[in-house]
Design a protein around this ligand. Structure first.
Ligand code: NDP
Ligand code: OXD
Length: 315
């Protein structure tokens, strides 16, 4: 029984070492050099797995994603059909995402860029501000991350609305569901936060038509976009055009169509854009290893592994 780390874009040795510290009894291997006998491998931790590798493991029982999202695993066209895929649900990861969302909502609400510019230019400009309750934050995706962010923003006094595939009931949050209610949700929203998984349905969902449907009644001078879901959900040329046309007031983008963000991307020095490097909720090796180990221990005891994704839905 062995656990194989199959990670692209991550430091696999760092993650394997974190697991070895927590589980000295576990046979932990890093693909490709330490793969060894493929028959031994029962668990895999994967991110952007190269084609045919997971498929080649005859005794694989569970594939773990190192993140909340599983799109990087589902991209493998040779993914073995019968092996369940588990994703991370962890309070630390959720808290980090909520920090990012609350921080960015506050930066727009409190006009932080204007404050910083004024400081740089030694301007003492005590411009009028507004109450949190004057703004409606609309959260696309009311899953683990979206619901936690929604609750925290609501506690701070923001009006919060949310949109998901199936209907939710969350005290204090007005919830919209499915395609028929998407436009009503957008119409209410001053600050749009995207916390959706990347699936065929959510690809390109943040486009100029959607931006055009956002509320223009808020006190910021136009709607704001915050995307911490996935880059493929945003049409970047549409976001730039909407910013430049004044249809979008500002944007905080943590994810991009191409990552790392290319050096020549206009987002880097756009005056209305905040760029972060897919770091809204960083996966901590010790915390996430403890979570994966907990799930492996459950499996070893014959208990069901938690947080298995639905492949049909894609999340
Ligand atoms: P969940 O699976 O818990 O929630 C996903 C939510 O999106 C659900 O409410 C779901 O609706 C909704 N949804 C999915 N598809 C649609 C659709 N077509 N239309 C409307 N709603 C839809 O995921 P998490 O909250 O844990 O994570 C969300 C995403 O955040 C991840 O998939 C990942 O892409 C991103 N992420 C980004 C990170 C970063 O650092 N930038 C870090 C961690 C996550 P329903 O409830 O009805 O199923
Ligand atoms: C995740 C991520 O999905 O890191 O957890 O993006």
């Amino acid at each position: 029984m062995a656990l194989l780390y199959l990670l692209n874009n991550w430091d696999a040795n760092l993650w394997a070492d974190a697991m070895r510290r927590q589980a000295p009894d576990l046979d932990v291997r890093v693909w490709p050099k330490e793969t060894g006998r493929i028959e031994d491998i029962t668990y895999a931790v994967a991110w952007l797995p190269p084609a045919n590798v997971l498929k080649s493991l005859p005794n694989l029982k569970v594939i773990f994603s190192l993140g909340a999202g599983v799109d990087a695993i589902l991209k493998d066209p040779t993914l073995p059909e019968s092996v369940p895929i588990a994703r991370v649900i962890d309070p630390d990861l959720t808290m980090r995402m909520s920090e990012y969302v609350v921080m960015n909502v506050l930066m727009h609400h409190r006009q932080q860029r204007r404050m910083e510019e004024n400081q740089r230019n030694r301007i003492w400009d005590c411009f009028p501000t507004h109450a949190a309750s004057a703004l409606t934050v609309g959260i696309m995706g009311l899953g683990v991350m979206g619901t936690d962010s929604a609750r925290k923003l609501s506690l701070m006094g923001f009006k919060v609305v949310g949109w998901s595939r199936t209907r939710k009931t969350i005290p204090g949050i007005e919830c919209f569901a499915g395609a028929p209610e998407f436009d009503s949700f957008l119409k209410r929203t001053d600050i749009l936060v995207c916390l959706l998984p990347h699936t065929p349905e959510t690809t390109g969902i943040i486009n100029r038509d959607v931006i055009a449907k956002l509320s223009r009644r808020g006190p910021l001078g136009g709607p704001v976009l915050i995307n911490a879901g996935r880059g493929k959900q945003q049409v970047e040329s549409d976001i730039l055009a909407a910013l430049d046309a004044g249809e979008l007031h500002a944007a905080s983008l943590d994810v991009f169509e191409t990552e790392p963000l290319p050096q020549d991307s206009p987002f880097w020095n756009h005056p209305k854009v905040w760029v972060t490097p897919h770091a809204a909720a960083d996966s901590d090796p010790d915390t996430i290893s403890a979570y994966v180990l907990g799930q492996i221990r459950r499996h070893q005891k014959g208990l069901p592994v938690e947080n298995i994704i639905d492949r049909e839905r894609g999340y």
